[in-house]
Design a protein around this ligand. Structure first.
Ligand SMILES: Cc1ncc(COP(=O)(O)O)c(C=O)c1O
Length: 369
């Protein structure tokens, strides 16, 4: 077949196409398989359900994918392959689970952590000459900073240095880190890929066979494979990824512009806005600006919290990437005390944009001093 677009790929990949079989690979809820067989035990050998998801996401990213039980299980597989004494470069404010793993390894004397400003491209380019792993997150949690991935992933490196990108906020439809020179792309499938807030899952994608084999072995040893039901739900959710992203990105742009002009809002951070610090970088290599933004209300942190509570359509919840909009004040998360107290992270969903705007407007009005 001619090369098809990503929007067609998400609909069509990961199907058996064998006569008599169901269109959707069924959820294989099994640990054990009859012998003799190449598939013996699902912790090491996987399931056809996980493979359907891996084919779908691997094809989108342009590599080979491994599905994990959560995003954090996928992160841990990458971090824990580092030898004792390694140096690891991470953003100053990565996803707090990643920050926690890094700090724990540091306390145990496993590795040295360099914490770099994501927007300081030169610092990352230099770290590529000294660190064993560059762990990037872009766009990043919760300031929605976009790293200059072409410059960092394409920079000359010391032999053996790996570059991994947590691309959860972008999804495989909005940026392709492997094409820019990264070795590993990571996704929390819990978010946009699954898209319905009903599963935990993670993915690693790579083009490097030896690295893939090593990560697969790690997944087997640590028992971190995705469950059959979760893999089924993630594949089913990913079928509408292109539709959901198109709609959610459109909604996000409209809402970001309106919020920026609202007198009760002091700052909006969305890479699609020319006022965003990393708008120029985003424009260069992303095919859109994603559906994640953050904004700061005027007044106190308590007021920002009240806005989240007064919303009726937008869900007051921590996770993101669902078909439904969610928002949360981030400074209340342990370890996130450096985040501005009135900052609300907003995952824009697929509801009607006017309804979302009316909901934000009434919550801002109801909490006005
Ligand atoms: C950017 C990012 N990376 C990784 C994770 C961890 O994923 P999971 O919750 O699926 O373990 C999250 C979860 O919120 C996230 O937002």
């Amino acid at each position: 077949m001619e090369k098809i677009s990503p929007a067609s790929w998400v609909v069509s990949a990961g199907r058996s196409r064998r006569p008599g079989e169901p269109l959707n690979v069924a959820p294989v809820l099994a640990s054990n398989f009859y012998l003799p067989s190449e598939r013996v035990y699902s912790r090491g050998d996987g399931t056809t359900t996980a493979e359907a998801l891996e084919e779908l996401i691997g094809g989108l990213e342009g590599g080979v994918a491994l599905a994990f039980s959560s995003g954090m299980a996928a992160v841990a597989a990458v971090l824990h392959r580092l030898p004792v004494g390694a140096t690891l470069a991470v953003p100053e404010d990565p996803y707090h689970g990643v920050a926690g793993l890094c700090a724990e390894g540091e306390e145990l004397g496993r590795w040295t952590v360099l914490r770099l400003d994501l927007a300081d491209t030169e610092a990352w380019v230099q770290a590529a000459q000294t660190a064993d792993l560059l762990w990037l997150e872009s766009p990043a949690n919760p300031l929605i900073t976009v790293a200059d991935l072409p410059a960092i992933c394409g920079a000359p490196r010391r032999a053996g240095t790996l570059v991994a990108v947590d691309s959860t906020f972008a999804t495989p439809l909005v940026q392709k880190p492997l094409e820019l020179g990264a070795d590993i792309v990571m996704h929390s499938a819990t978010k946009f890929i699954g898209g319905h807030s009903d599963l935990l899952g993670g993915l690693l994608v790579s083009r490097r066979v030896e690295l893939f084999d090593e990560l697969a072995e790690r997944r087997k040893l640590t028992g971190a494979i995705i469950g059959g039901l979760e893999a089924f739900l993630a594949t089913r959710g990913a079928r509408t990824l292109a539709l959901r992203i198109e709609r959610a990105q459109h909604n996000a742009m409209v809402l970001a512009e309106r919020l920026e002009a609202h007198p009760e809002i002091s700052r909006v951070r969305y890479p699609g806005l020319p006022s965003h610090d990393t708008h120029e970088a985003a424009k260069r290599f992303m095919s859109g600006f994603g559906a994640m933004m953050s904004f700061e209300t005027t007044g106190t942190g308590e007021r920002a919290g009240a806005v989240c509570e007064r919303a009726e359509l937008i869900n007051h919840a921590t996770s993101l990437g669902g078909i439904e909009s969610t928002m949360e004040r981030r400074a209340v998360i342990p370890g996130q005390e450096t985040i501005p107290p009135t900052l609300i992270r907003f995952s824009v969903g697929c509801e009607d944009v006017e309804d979302l705007w009316n909901d934000l407007s009434q919550a801002l009005e109801a909490t006005r001093a």
